[in-house]
Ligand binder design. Structure first.
Ligand SMILES: Nc1ncnc2c1ncn2[C@@H]1O[C@H](COP(=O)(O)OP(=O)(O)OP(=O)(O)O)[C@@H](O)[C@H]1O
Ligand SMILES: [Mg+2]
Length: 497
């Protein structure tokens, strides 16, 4: 199969329309935009061609003699031919276009349309294929770093495919998305992908790194301020919400926003209205909100650090990004991808990796996830002398196994202690032994991470202070938390939190 990553044109497009003039005018526009374009007059013929050749996008007319556009789309999906399909339709047949989307078409274009609309839609279709087509990158392919700044999401593990599928469904809607995952798993990448796959792709994507906000300035940063509203406010200023109008705002690490500001954020999510600091005029912004967190929001809510109502509002569609150690072969694929990227950046041939280095990578638990892998590969490539990279060179940069495998402290058996108390002490001691790393602690204890999290919640374990509080109220413990998908496997930047 021809691979998008290795294709010199930005993509291959098949235009299917029985009207030669219409077909050629679409084809011409796309050729001029740099695509490789083929045109066919019938859907039957097109299906035969698609069985043998890869096209990234198929553009089809609805009304055609023989097989019509709708049946064509149904056949593409039934035969699992991987192409993004765009339907061209006259206004009178919009209902069919909507039906086409149910059969798997990516979008439709209503006649008459202009060149910009066509180009934009095709670019989005190509981007979608690159992000969501799990089979576009296989381990046999030699990667070439993308020449544009487009987002590439590498990985073919079941977990990544599931994530892609959910992203594909949620991206085109305007729903709020909460991205959860450990540090370095790719939360920002997913946020960018959601924006670029949405109907707001042509609008702005405004990112706000919440931990970097000074509390006094956070509100003004989000909503803007009026001149003179506070010391230092020497001019009117618009906030990120207004900047993101008609686009997407990405609130990165949202748990770092303090409680008073959380209340204001809730209002924006509910009513889309806000005021600039020092200004009474209520404003609205048409903004889609995407937020991320590397914490277990269930715990943040239980500890009273995060508003429960805001949590529910944000977690309409949660997307859990699995840690790298749960992604099978993805380490191997990502390694090749980053080797290729480093080569492009350094303008050198692609560095090779000895088999023992690959084995080391496969066995390593990657606490820093994809970011750690990327950093290590970049470093290895920068320092490389032309010989294949060995495990011995890489080992000193990985977290030392001794730290992970150090012997557990043993003591005399605490005869006379209540079993329940002993379990609690045992769990906390194990967790502390593993620096708060829940997956490792759960493994050592022989229980699942979710069970471990449940027990900690039941004990009222307050992670930040490492003290036991009173048992959390029952309704708190049982939040139907979508983020429970990853609860327990989270390791915060500060260790256990
Ligand atoms: N599936 C992937 N394919 C290709 N590159 C990836 C993938 N996942 C992550 N990356 C890259 O790894 C790096 C870390 O990703 P990103 O910044 O999105 O993670 P994050 O979860 O936001 O991290 P942090 O919690 O540290 O902010 C980035 O350079 C990103 O491009
Ligand atoms: Mg991030």
């Amino acid at each position: 199969m021809k691979n998008l990553a290795t294709t010199s044109s930005p993509g291959r497009i098949l235009v299917v329309d029985d009207h030669a003039a219409a077909r050629e005018s679409v084809a011409d526009v796309l050729r001029q935009a740099g695509y490789e374009v083929a045109g066919l007059a019938s859907a039957v013929e097109a299906l035969t061609v698609l069985e043998g050749e890869t096209f990234h996008v198929v553009i089809t007319d609805l009304q055609m003699p023989g097989m019509d556009g709708l049946e064509f789309i149904r056949q593409i999906s039934r035969r699992r031919l991987h192409a993004e399909v765009l339907m061209i339709t006259a206004h009178a047949t919009i209902a069919s276009a909507v039906e086409a989307m149910r059969y798997g078409a990516f979008d439709y274009l209503e006649k008459p349309f202009d060149v910009t609309q066509l180009e934009e839609l095709v670019a989005r279709a190509i981007q979608r294929g690159r992000l969501l087509g799990s089979d576009t990158i296989s381990s046999d392919d030699h990667f070439q770093a993308p020449k544009d700044n487009g987002v590439s999401m590498v990985g073919t593990s079941a977990a990544m495919n599931e994530l892609r599928e959910r992203m594909g469904r949620v991206a085109p809607t305007d729903e709020t998305v909460l991205i959860c995952g450990e540090s370095g798993t790719g939360k920002e990448l997913v946020a960018r992908a959601i924006h670029s796959l949405s109907r707001r792709a042509a609008g702005p994507l405004v990112s706000l790194n919440c931990p970097s906000l000074a509390p006094q300035l956070a509100e003004s940063e989000l909503f803007g301020h009026r001149r003179g509203a506070f010391t230092g406010a020497d001019a009117d200023r618009i906030g990120r919400f207004e900047m993101a109008d008609q686009g997407t705002i990405f609130l990165d690490e949202i748990t770092e926003i303090d409680l008073p500001l959380q209340a204001k954020l809730l209002r924006v999510l509910q009513e889309r209205t806000f005021e600039r600091v020092g200004c009474s005029q209520t404003r609205t912004a048409q903004v889609r909100v995407v937020a991320s967190t590397n914490r277990d929001l269930n715990e943040e809510v239980a500890a009273g650090r995060f508003r429960e109502d805001l949590y529910y509002r944000l977690a309409v569609v949660p997307l859990a990004i699995p840690p790298l150690r749960q992604r099978d072969d993805d380490v191997h694929l990502l390694t090749d991808y980053f080797l290729a990227r480093a080569a492009t950046r350094l303008e050198r041939p692609v560095c090779q990796l000895e088999p023992d280095a690959r084995k080391l990578f496969a066995a390593y638990p990657w606490p820093g996830n994809v970011r750690e892998l990327e950093n290590i590969i970049t470093r290895a490539c920068v320092l490389n002398d032309g010989r294949p990279i060995t495990a011995a060179e890489l080992r000193p940069w990985l977290e030392q196994p001794e730290q992970v495998d150090k012997p557990m402290p043993q003591g005399p058996l605490p005869v006379g202690m209540r079993l329940e108390d002993m379990e609690r002490e045992m769990i906390v001691a194990t967790l502390e032994h593993f620096d708060g790393h829940r997956a490792k602690a759960a493994e050592a204890l022989g229980i699942g991470v979710r069970t471990l999290s449940g027990k900690l919640r039941m004990y009222g374990y307050a992670p930040r202070t490492k003290h036991f509080g009173t048992t959390a109220p029952a309704e708190r413990q049982n939040l139907p938390l979508p983020a429970a998908d990853f609860a327990g496997s989270l390791k915060s930047k500060s260790g256990f939190a």
